[in-house]
Design a protein around this ligand. Structure first.
Ligand SMILES: Cc1cc2nc3c(=O)[nH]c(=O)nc-3n(C[C@H](O)[C@H](O)[C@H](O)COP(=O)(O)OP(=O)(O)OC[C@H]3O[C@@H](n4cnc5c(N)ncnc54)[C@H](O)[C@@H]3O)c2cc1C
Length: 497
């Protein structure tokens, strides 16, 4: 019997929200403590003085993760949230004026690639998609939706029949090198290499295995008319129906132990709350840095500077654009893609010609706004938010650089002034303590990175971890899976106690 067991979840990001729901369903008494005034964590909105604008994740994938979470709590994702399937995955523009749309429909993407590049590249796309799907199939249940395996235990989990597919994921080569097998047009290599950035990584350094992210997108991308905040709100409503208690604007200043076990938490109000288990669902490096107290510091390995994933500089604004018919998701590329990642991961700086992502969030289901519209504009940046000074991120110069890349693809932002709402790695570090501004925790560089992430269980009895910085990794659905894995571990560990 678990009745009467109490859990405190620190952090109301995707991972923490999912843990809370699953534990409450299993009859745990759950309280979520969140420093900010809203649930969602990185799924946050900012106000530019005119509108609320999504300032975090915008690409919503792996819907099945949320359907399962809601179904397990006797809820229905379909009725809780409006999610519109995207026909166009993203519109890509290059500085030579060329454009390419990718579609959910494989045949449409194939035809677009044949027209954009060549029939050989279209055939390469077919093979690439088969490989990406195979990588996803072999790793979905054995790795992504399961407690963290070791590199040695993964083949056993996968089983003999799928072992050849596991080997074919090619963790021993980089995504960038692997793409040569499929595409001769450098623009396509750029486009498909960019999927590495979804997990905060460089395509030149992450394993080819990660081409599975392309398949995740092809399985479906949904647009949320209420923004990603509406997903967080729906997860909170689900939790409330299961009796989860949420406390916002409250910071946990320490996670406390007594006689070697977790005893509860202390809040910034000096109040102490008792609990049988605590789930830390912020950036797990905060624990390693001692930000949650000395007694639990050794439970998590610190993240080395060289292991940090990407940060970003983001701008949120309401404006008109001209010269380029924006889609919901848009990517503007310049030349020399490798130099962008060299700058970030070697020199810890931002190239003069960064790749620019633009989310035109009013363009749900192909809608075309007639006046000013809400935009999130993002460029990659090094995660140095803990040591950088404001002069390391000259917002005005970076804005000029980003809008110049867009303009070379034909897209001109008409706003004459730099948007007021800018978040740089220093800002992300302040919002997400312990992160140094990394949006994704550790990078996925090298063969071993995916196996060295922290897992739900820690060395400290009663302390568990959830969120995008622990197994199975970053992204809203993956963080949600991590939250579910933390709940699963707790339920198993306390069964019959
Ligand atoms: C700009 C940007 C773009 C992104 N794009 C995408 C995308 O398109 N698609 C996608 O799937 N993912 C994307 N991501 C990544 C994705 O947002 C994250 O991987 C995911 O949301 C992380 O969830 P989490 O569970 O780790 O919690 P987080 O979102 O990191 O939230 C943790 C919460 O814990 C709280 N907290 C921390 N410490 C304490 C404490 N001591 N006391 C109380 N509360 C505390 C914080 O306030 C925060 O609310 C993006 C992220 C960013 C920032």
């Amino acid at each position: 019997m678990t009745q009467g067991r109490t859990a405190i979840v620190v952090g109301a990001g995707a991972g923490g929200l999912a843990t809370a729901v699953d534990l409450a369903v299993a009859n745990w008494d759950v309280t979520v403590i969140e420093a900010s005034s809203h649930a969602g964590g990185k799924m946050r909105q900012v106000n530019d003085g005119q509108n609320a604008i999504d300032a975090g994740p915008t690409v919503f994938t792996m819907r099945w993760v949320f359907e399962q979470l809601f179904a397990n709590a006797n809820g229905s994702f379909d009725t809780a949230l409006e999610a519109v399937p995207a026909q166009i995955l993203a519109r890509h523009g290059w500085s030579d004026g060329s454009q390419l749309d990718l579609y959910t429909d494989h045949t449409a993407s194939r035809a677009a690639i044949a027209a954009f590049a060549s029939e050989a590249d279209a055939s390469g796309f077919d093979s690439f998609c088969q490989r990406a799907e195979s990588n996803y199939r072999v790793l979905r249940d054995s790795f992504m939706a399961a407690q963290q395996p070791s590199m040695l235990s993964l083949p056993g989990r996968v089983g003999l029949r799928q072992l050849p597919d596991l080997i074919a994921t090619r963790p021993d080569t980089t995504l960038w090198r692997a793409l040569d097998r499929y595409f001769s047009d450098p623009r396509l290599k750029q486009l498909f290499g960019r999927y590495a950035t979804y997990v905060g990584s460089s395509p030149m350094l992450c394993p080819a295995t990660l081409m599975l992210i392309a398949h995740v997108e092809q399985e479906g991308v949904w647009q949320l008319p209420g923004g990603m905040q509406s997903l967080a709100d729906a997860m909170v409503s689900l939790g409330r129906r299961c009796n989860v208690d949420y406390r916002f604007d409250t910071q946990v200043t320490s996670i406390d132990t007594q006689s070697g076990s977790i005893s509860g938490v202390t809040l910034n109000t000096s109040e102490q709350l008792k609990a049988d288990v605590v789930v830390f669902a912020g950036d797990c490096n905060a624990v390693a840095e001692g930000l949650l107290g000395e007694s639990i510091k050794a439970s998590v390995k610190p993240r080395q500077v060289t292991q940090r994933g990407l940060s970003a500089v983001t701008w949120c604004l309401t404006t008109e654009t001209e010269g380029f018919d924006l889609e919901y998701h848009n990517v503007f590329f310049d030349e020399n893609y490798p130099s962008e990642f060299d700058a970030i991961f070697t020199e810890q700086s931002i190239t003069q010609r960064p790749t620019v992502y633009v989310c035109a969030q009013d363009r749900v289901d192909g809608h075309k706004p007639t006046g000013p519209e809400r935009l999130l504009i993002l460029i990659n940046a090094p995660a140095i938010g803990d040591t950088a000074t404001p002069s390391d991120f000259d917002h005005s110069a970076l804005w000029q650089a980003a809008t110049a890349v867009m303009a070379r693809s034909g897209c001109r932002v008409t706003a004459s002034e730099m948007p007021a709402v800018v978040t740089d790695p220093i800002g992300f570090h302040a919002l997400f303590p312990g992160s140094a501004g990394s949006l994704y925790g550790g990078s996925s560089h090298g063969m071993l990175a995916s196996f060295t992430r922290a897992s739900a269980r820690t060395k400290q009895r009663g302390l568990y971890l959830a969120g995008g910085t622990v197994h199975p990794g970053p992204g809203v659905p993956m963080a949600t899976l991590s939250g579910r894995l933390a709940a699963e571990a707790i339920i198993q560990d306390y069964a019959g106690k």
